[in-house]
Design a protein around this ligand. Structure first.
Ligand SMILES: [Zn+2]
Length: 391
């Protein structure tokens, strides 16, 4: 349904900047490193209860910090739009919230507690302005998002348990493109070992493999594979890749080392099954192990599968119209540079998921910030998209 100028005006008037900022600060001020988001989840649940919402706390495979869920419904026919965000932050020293002009700073400010606050504000606005003529909102907030500490178990369980809408908005900090594609991503961890103890190199057992040499061979094989993978490319998302970022071996210059460890990433495009990528990776490692006689323990830690969004889906079309109405600009189509929870909704259930949040920066650093005016805009866009999508 198109959004009238009056409806949009009412939404703009109902969004409360001070309340939104206070919510964001309340969330930022509670440390919540991944796997330990219980206290902030409790605070969010308490805040929503105070405001009269019915809150569910499904454990969703992580009893340490049960998820926070609100189903708010008009009671009239229509679709459900889901607002989904994660409450955990990367494991870096904690920084409390602070406001400097139009910027909110602090741990999780950009990734993504301010975004969660914007979706809470949009929920309040939809209820208080009574702009929604049918359908409802499902708000979900969870832990276990950030890799390598989290494995997305809690969101996957929520999705499996039916905590899904017919379209999803995720207020991560992508703000200047509509991401319609994203590469899948896995973390590679490889440990090469030989049976003997570390020993002076003059006493090295000749029959045992040189783990450093095996590591070097593996790096070369992965880089050779990368050349092949790069041939698979997409104009927006870029190319598939195999990347090595760490190679650790040896204690001192004349000691024959016992282990060598390397870590890196694999990225692949939609249409390339992650199981197939994993199979090729394991075959490569097995070949090096067979040729060198080394023991190689190779892990493939799936972070998220690849992502696609149909830009002609109802959700994307509605969102684009709303964005243009609110900002007076068109949001260009683009790619998601990182993986996020949109992949889970799309891969598991084929549900359209849009990642769109405030202008922000410093994610995965100790200097996170978010543009407060733009956060207000996000709350307006979310509430207005609900009107367009749900009715
Ligand atoms: Zn995030």
């Amino acid at each position: 349904m198109p959004i009238s100028a009056e409806t949009l005006q009412l939404i703009r008037q109902t969004v409360n900047r001070d309340r939104l900022l206070a919510t964001a600060r309340r969330l930022v001020d509670i440390p919540s490193p991944t796997c330990e988001a219980g206290a902030v989840a409790d605070a969010l649940a308490a805040l929503l209860v105070e405001e009269g919402f019915q809150v569910e706390r499904p454990q969703a495979a992580w009893p340490t910090s049960p998820a926070v869920v609100v189903r708010w419904d008009t009671g009239k026919p229509g679709r459900t739009l889901q607002f989904n965000g994660h409450l955990d932050t990367v494991h870096l020293p904690f920084a409390p919230s602070a406001v400097d002009g139009n910027r909110l700073t602090g741990s999780g400010a950009s990734d993504m507690k301010a975004g969660v606050a914007a979706m809470v504000e949009a929920l309040r606005v939809v209820r208080d302005s009574a702009v929604l003529g049918g359908g409802g909102i499902l708000l979900t907030a969870h832990d276990l998002h950030e890799a390598p500490w989290g494995d997305c178990r809690q969101l996957n369980q929520l999705i499996d348990d039916g905590y899904v809408g017919e379209g999803v908005l995720i207020p991560e900090y992508t703000h200047d493109v509509l991401p319609v594609i994203g590469r899948g991503n896995a973390h590679l961890k490889i440990k090469i070992s030989r049976p003997g103890e570390p020993v002076h190199e003059v006493f090295r057992p000749r029959e045992e493999p040189n783990v450093l040499q095996v590591g070097a061979q593996l790096v070369q094989r992965l880089l050779d594979w990368n050349v092949e993978l790069e041939k698979n490319s997409h104009p927006l998302a870029g190319c598939e890749s195999a990347f090595v970022g760490m190679l650790n071996c040896g204690e001192m210059y004349n000691q024959y080392p016992q282990t060598c460890e390397l870590q890196g990433t694999l990225r692949w495009l939609p249409g390339h099954a992650w199981e197939e990528v994993r199979r090729d990776y394991r075959a490569l490692v097995a070949d090096v192990a067979a040729k060198t006689g080394a023991t190689i323990d190779a892990e493939f830690l799936l972070i998220r599968d690849a992502f696609e969004l149909d830009e002609h889906s109802d959700l994307a079309a509605t969102f684009q119209k709303v964005y243009a109405n609110v900002t007076g600009k068109q949001l260009p189509i683009g790619a998601k540079p990182f993986v996020d929870d949109g992949s889970c909704f799309w891969q598991k259930k084929g549900i359209a998921a849009i990642t769109h949040g405030p202008e922000a920066g410093g994610a995965h650093t100790t200097s996170e910030w978010v543009n407060i005016d733009d956060l207000v805009r996000v709350a307006v866009v979310y509430a207005a998209t609900a009107v367009g999508f749900c009715e």
